[in-house]
Design a protein around this ligand. Structure first.
Ligand code: ZN
Length: 669
């Protein structure tokens, strides 16, 4: 909900996911760090870091140390045997004296890489336990060959956890009708049933409280001597050694705060970690959301609750970042001109907003990814999560542009364009302009599209029911597509070529008509709202442009390609459909909305689907991606004074994982 991943949501996100992969070095930077199983590990750059002040660099340095220091917490939250298993696997990896080229060892190495990537033994996305492709005997022998002090005390149990597919099979189980706590392998609960946990919290909650704390956000619930209780994550509580180290780095960071406001944010977070008091966490969140002046920003704590089947306990994560002033200028410019766009929107003037307020969102550069944001990371974040704080204090919405940039760069040369794009001219245009037009599309969609238009008086905002979110995404996308081709963007200095928009138009139609189908299993319908919306727009434009041959299917060597013959007319079609979707929304015309979705957005042509799946499979593009972090180093003069902080990008995936385990592992010793 508050987290845009490169899998679930976002116009840019979806395409990056379908395209990025393989080794490519268009700007000389080595973006690809590793490739195994269904995973590709990338590197990201931290542009402009060297131009920060020394004080800002030192602030970032200590915040990155505070970020990495929490790594073990997440591992333990993800499963109670994860840390012991990691330690055992790493000891075998470092000490194995047998044939490191054998099939067993190779399979073992792949498994270890998967476990590192997932921060535990369950896949980070599917939540299913990894299946080792080496024998239990191989691992048992390898462990027994270790020096005594490197051997785990409970080998039999760890073997059961790794090799018994039925035991702790899924990290988060969402299957309706089952006890979601007893059937989930995460470590947020111990020895309690779902009913007991729900009864516990129901007794605590005051439903008349207008500013409720986020119950259960920072605790593990256990039953001891028949009594249900919370073990709070705090100094002196659960995970104390890791939290102490986080706090010690936060205190150092506070000395380099850019201003008093930022210092009070850090101080409040320290108080929260010291007390575990969720009221203090709310105070911190309010201070954090109000701090919009500082260049450097960060999150550090128990934030998102996707890892808990009850959606209460936060998985530990941290992201340290600083504002990308140049790119934020883009979102600020668009927001400032919000009324201009609204007044000219191709919809019935009765449905326009007389007074529109653009949402401001900033573009940031990530300096470190940690905990639940590492190695797999979101590309956009909107926090805080507490509804009452959002309503009264607002929220901060950010795009991690150096991350999207890395996805984009790594996608060049993966064969996707060669396979699916009709000609070199279009492909060149996409290479040159897809990154910026994709970002602009997201900005227009988020900052203006969702906020534009109004309902007629008396219309129920939920009138479109089950089709509401598909049609809402359709509306925001059309608003963005329509204005992407507007000369106003050139006038505002956001684009420098009147043809640039064609890159996004081509990608959008190709994706909507064909390539997004690679995420649908054969025989299945399109379900997810964003995918439906893209299909709706593309199929509708194809059909309504038929008489003018606006979009054409071309067959070449038995392969299907999309050809766009008239980009100007395509823009007109986007405008026309926007007018109709806005009418449906403004009038609450459920039948018309349902008919559009059912006719254009759901059913898949099995022939084109099969073709897309076959062609895509040959490209061998990894479905999931994540990142290794850069390494920051304090530079000191001969008196020990810090004179600079440097950033390097040379560390590989395995060395980084082993280094983190060696130097930042307060919970495993
Ligand atoms: Zn949206």
């Amino acid at each position: 909900m508050t987290r845009i991943t490169n899998i679930a949501c976002g116009a840019l996100a979806a395409f990056t996911m379908t395209t990025s992969s393989a080794a490519s070095k268009t700007d000389g930077f080595n973006y690809v760090a590793d490739r195994f199983a269904d995973i590709e590990v990338l590197r990201y750059k931290v542009p402009d870091f060297e131009n920060l002040t020394l004080k800002q660099k030192q602030l970032i340095y200590h915040l990155t140390e505070a970020a990495i220091a929490g790594r073990d917490i997440l591992w333990d939250q993800n499963g109670r045997y994860n840390l012991e298993i990691r330690r055992m696997l790493e000891n075998v990896y470092k000490n194995y004296k047998g044939d490191r080229k054998s099939a067993d060892f190779k399979a073992f190495e792949k498994y270890l890489k998967q476990v590192w990537f997932a921060n535990g033994i369950h896949h980070h996305y599917s939540m299913d336990k990894f299946k080792p492709e080496f024998s239990q005997k191989f691992l048992t022998d390898a462990v027994k060959a270790l020096p005594a002090k490197e051997r785990p005390s409970d080998l039999d149990m760890l073997m059961k956890v790794i090799f018994d597919p039925a035991f702790m099979a899924k990290r988060v189980n969402q299957a309706e009708g089952q006890d979601l706590i007893r059937t989930s392998a995460n470590n947020f609960y111990e020895n309690v049933s779902q009913a007991e946990v729900e009864a516990y919290y129901n007794a605590l909650k005051d439903t008349t409280d207008l500013t409720p704390i986020s119950y259960g956000l920072n605790s593990r619930v256990v039953k001891e001597n028949g009594k249900v209780k919370e073990q709070v994550y705090k100094i002196g509580g659960l995970y104390s050694p890791a939290i102490e180290r986080i706090v010690s780095e936060l205190k150092k960071a506070a000395e380099f705060a850019e201003n008093d406001k930022q210092k009070s944010v850090i101080d409040a977070l320290v108080r929260y970690y010291e007390t575990g008091d969720l009221k203090t966490f709310d105070e911190y969140s309010i201070l954090w959301v109000d701090d919009t002046d500082s260049r450097v920003d960060f999150i550090n704590g128990f934030i998102e609750s996707y890892g808990d089947p009850l959606g209460m306990t936060g998985s530990w994560e941290s992201i340290v970042n600083f504002k990308n002033n140049e790119a934020s200028h883009r979102t600020e410019t668009i927001s400032r001109e919000a009324q201009w766009f609204e007044d000219r929107s191709p919809v019935d003037p009765r449905f326009r907003k007389p007074q529109v307020k653009g949402v401001t969102a900033k573009v940031i550069t990530a300096a470190i990814l940690a905990g639940d944001a590492y190695p797999a990371t979101p590309i956009g974040i909107n926090l805080p999560n507490a509804n009452w704080i959002r309503a009264t204090h607002g929220s901060k919405s950010v795009t991690l542009e150096n991350i999207t940039q890395a996805y984009d760069e790594a996608s060049h040369g993966n064969g996707f364009n060669e396979e699916f794009v009709i000609d070199k001219e279009t492909s060149d245009l996409m290479d040159k302009y897809l990154f910026i037009t994709d970002n602009l599309h997201t900005d227009l969609h988020e900052c203006l599209g969702h906020g534009s238009g109004r309902l007629l008086p008396g219309v129920d905002p939920d009138a479109l029911k089950a089709h509401g979110s598909t049609l809402e995404e359709t509306r925001a996308d059309l608003f963005a597509l329509y204005y992407l081709a507007d000369p106003k963007l050139i006038e505002l200095g956001l684009l420098d070529n009147p043809d640039a928009y064609k890159a996004e138009y081509y990608k959008y139609i190709l994706n909507g008509l064909m390539t997004q189908l690679m995420r649908i299993e054969p025989g299945k319908d399109v379900e997810e709202a964003h995918m439906r919306n893209r299909k709706l727009i593309s199929e509708w434009a194809y059909e309504h442009g038929k008489k003018d041959n606006v979009i054409e299917y071309v067959t070449r060597d038995g392969k299907t390609f999309i050809k766009i013959n008239d980009y100007g007319k395509l823009r007109e079609l986007f405008g026309r459909l926007l007018g109709e979707i806005q009418r449906i929304k403004s009038e609450g015309d459920y039948e018309a909305g349902r008919d559009l979705v059912e006719k254009y957005a759901v059913k898949v042509d099995p022939k084109i689907h099969r073709e897309v799946l076959d062609r895509y499979a040959k490209l061998n593009i990894a479905p999931y991606k994540g990142f290794v972090n850069p390494v920051y180093t304090l530079i000191k003069d001969n008196k020990g004074n810090v004179t600079d902080v440097t950033v390097s990008y040379t560390e590989d995936y395995i060395p980084q994982m082993l280094r983190y385990s060696r130097d930042y592992s307060p919970l495993t010793r």
